[in-house]
Structures are given as structure tokens and as C-alpha cells.
Design a protein around this ligand. Structure first.
Ligand SMILES: Nc1nc2c(ncn2[C@@H]2O[C@H](COP(=O)(O)OP(=O)(O)OP(=O)(O)O)[C@@H](O)[C@H]2O)c(=O)[nH]1
Ligand SMILES: [Zn+2]
Length: 354
């Protein structure tokens, strides 16, 4: 029978939906332990039992099965781990995640970011990091994964034009989206984020390098990290330097910190991306033409009602999604078309940044 220490695992986000999957497994391995992936390295993973982190390897059969499905283990995955006589820990199963965040790299390859996340904090600095288009790209990725986003504008204490920028975002983004400005170095940040930090919740922090993700993680999880570090007694493969992704917060939530992403796209097809701009989708129902592209057609309800740069970004993201879905031949034709358009200097001026 699989071992579940529910009280301990609850500290790192175990809930009943995950635990109940154990009863549905075919041939559950005897004496396996349920643990959570807390760090991913090249050929080793950090696994957490709620109190301590240790190191494990993935069974080649599981690795192969995941690869065939285009998947990979990510921080936040729940796994079954078997201890062997040689002292090595092997990950034998991965429970089906309730949510899974992934991105596409510049070559179109899918890369796993995090699994079983309730809330994504999209962290962006109110300094030179400020970039609404990039924020919208993060929102699409998070929406495609079925994770609830919260926009966290950091460096409110040192940012430039803070009030004007917050106002700009409020006007540009859908009204229902939680949006707040904070100083990640101040204890007040925990109070501002309290609605999302309940016991058993898992949050992931996403944003560019330097946005303030680790600073915020330290502020929110400081007490737990300090106590977590002193528990070093069995000495087996613990606390490797990169194994710092899953952090416990004092109030019972846990946070997955991620490195800043460079040159990436949301892992979503055109339809999913379009749905992630739900303000545009809602307005589009009132366009005169059912297949309106909101690109200058008469009777368009979107153009004029949505921030012009947001609409340009929407079109750009859909174009990129189509590109990933295309066959190589279609891609060549599309590229030729764009080359011709890019050659026309008047049109070039209309291509936005980022
Ligand atoms: N004044 C102020 N400084 C901040 C705030 N948030 C982050 N910083 C500073 O910004 C710098 C970068 O912050 P990090 O937390 O390391 O950024 P990160 O997003 O974790 O970056 P990567 O780990 O590279 O992805 C540090 O020097 C922080 O002290 C804030 O809200 N206010
Ligand atoms: Zn329209």
C-alpha cells in the first residue's frame, strides 16, 4: 500500500483530488511513498515530503512514457517514489496533474514549468521591466493551463510613473483580473496577497529575470525557509544548490519560484489563445461579421473598445500560434508573405515592439 503522510504533505499543497487518485491506480506499487517534486535538474529531481527534501531519479520506463506523450516532470508534480536496497530513490509514477504550465521555446519545443498550481503570480517591475505586451503573453500561458492569474506589479516603492502605469494597466486589462502594486521587500506584501495564500494552496511566480520573484518569495516564506534549513540529519542528497524551487509559507501555502524566462511563447493553439483575451471574445459576439478579425471590417465591436496596443498584441500572438501549428510547407509560404510585407517600409512602422 502506498504511504501517505497527509498531515505533512498538506504543508506542501496535497489536497483530496490528488490523494483520491491513488485509489484509482492500476497495480499500485507496494511500499511506495507519495512525494512532491520540488526541483528539476538534468538527471535528478528534488522530492519533498513536507518537511525535508531529498534526491531521486526517474525510472527509465516512466521517462519514456512521458516523452512519448510530449510531457516532462515539473516542479509541483505528485509522484510515487520507491526506495531500493542500493539507497537510490526511484520515481515510478506521476499522478495526473490538476493543472500544468508549459511554454514553447524559440524552436517550438514544449517546456514544462510547473504542475498542480492554483494561482500564478505574474510579477513585473514598475521600473524598466514594465511591458504590458509581455504581461499579456504570460496571461495567455496561464489561462491556457487553467490557472488563475494575479498581476503583481513589484517595486512600487522605486518604480517610475507608478500611478500612471497602474492606471494604464487597469484600462487595458479585463476588469475582473486581480491587479496590485507592492514592494516585495516589505512585510505588507504578505497582507496584500493573503487572499491567495490560504493553507493547501500552491502558487507559482512567473516573470522576467530581476522582476522581484525571489525577493517576494523570501518575504512571503521567510519564517519557513529559516526553519527548513536547519533540519539536516539524514544527509542524503539534500538541499542541492538548485533545489530551491518549492517553498513553504508560514500560513500553509507553498510557492514555486521559477527562473526568468527568455524568448518563449505560450503553449496554446490559436483558439485557446483567442479565448484567453476574454474581453475581446465577449465583444466579438457583437461584431457585424461572425468571422470578423477586428482588423478594419465594418461593424466591428472590438476595434475602438479595446486598447489599440492590446489588440495589436492579440493579433501578433495569434499569428505566432498559427505559425507553430503550421506544416513546414505552410510555414515557408507564410514566411514569404511576411517577408514581402516587411519589405514595405510604411507597414514596417506599424509592427509593434516585443
Ligand atoms: N525597492 C525594491 N526592490 C526590489 C523589489 N523587488 C525586487 N527588488 C530588487 O530587485 C532585484 C532583483 O530581484 P530578484 O528577486 O532577484 O528578481 P527575480 O525575479 O527573482 O530574478 P531571477 O531570479 O533572475 O529570475 C534585487 O536587487 C531586489 O532587491 C521591490 O518591490 N522594491
Ligand atoms: Zn470585430
Amino acid at each position: 500500500m502506498t504511504n501517505i503522510d497527509f498531515a505533512s504533505l498538506r504543508l506542501i499543497g496535497l489536497n483530496h483530488s490528488i490523494a483520491s487518485q491513488l485509489h484509482l491506480l492500476d497495480n499500485p506499487p507496494p511500499d511506495a511513498r507519495l512525494l512532491r517534486v520540488s526541483a528539476v535538474q538534468r538527471d535528478r529531481l528534488g522530492v519533498h515530503d513536507g518537511h525535508d527534501e531529498s534526491s531521486a531519479r526517474v525510472l527509465p520506463a516512466l521517462l519514456k512514457e512521458l516523452q512519448l506523450r510530449g510531457l516532462a516532470l515539473a516542479v509541483g508534480d505528485w509522484v510515487l517514489v520507491d526506495g531500493r536496497a542500493d539507497g537510490e530513490q526511484w520515481i515510478t509514477r506521476r499522478l495526473e496533474p490538476l493543472s500544468h504550465l508549459a511554454r514553447r521555446d524559440s524552436a517550438g519545443q514544449r517546456q514544462a514549468i510547473a504542475s498542480n498550481v492554483d494561482t500564478a503570480l505574474l510579477v513585473m517591475g514598475l521600473d524598466h521591466d514594465f511591458n504590458p505586451r509581455r504581461l499579456e503573453r504570460y496571461l495567455s500561458m496561464v489561462h491556457a493551463a487553467g490557472v488563475a492569474p494575479v498581476v503583481v506589479m513589484s517595486k512600487a516603492d522605486i518604480g517610475v510613473d507608478v500611478a500612471a502605469r497602474m492606471q494604464q494597466l487597469r484600462q487595458r486589462l479585463p476588469a475582473h483580473l486581480p491587479l496590485l502594486a507592492l514592494n516585495g521587500l516589505s512585510g505588507d506584501a504578505a497582507a496584500q496577497l493573503a487572499p491567495w495564500l490560504g493553507a493547501g494552496q500552491t502558487l507559482v511566480l512567473l516573470g522576467s529575470s530581476g522582476a522581484g520573484k525571489s525577493t517576494l518569495t523570501n518575504t512571503l516564506c521567510h519564517a519557513t525557509q529559516a526553519t527548513g534549513a536547519v533540519r539536516a540529519d539524514d544527509g542524503r542528497g539534500r538541499h542541492t544548490t538548485t533545489a530551491r524551487s518549492l517553498h513553504r509559507c508560514a500560513g500553509g501555502a507553498c510557492i514555486i519560484d521559477t527562473p526568468g524566462l527568455r524568448s518563449w511563447q505560450p503553449d496554446a493553439d490559436e483558439q485557446t489563445l483567442a479565448a484567453s483575451f476574454d474581453d475581446i471574445a465577449a465583444l466579438a459576439a457583437r461584431c457585424q461579421f461572425r468571422d470578423c478579425r477586428h482588423d478594419g471590417e465594418p461593424g466591428c465591436a472590438v476595434r475602438g473598445a479595446v486598447d489599440a496596443d492590446r489588440l495589436r498584441n492579440y493579433h501578433k500572438l495569434l499569428r505566432q500560434a498559427r505559425l507553430v501549428e503550421q506544416t513546414p510547407l505552410e510555414r515557408i509560404a507564410e514566411r514569404a508573405k511576411w517577408k514581402a510585407i516587411m519589405r514595405a517600409p510604411r507597414k514596417r512602422a506599424m509592427q509593434g515592439r516585443d
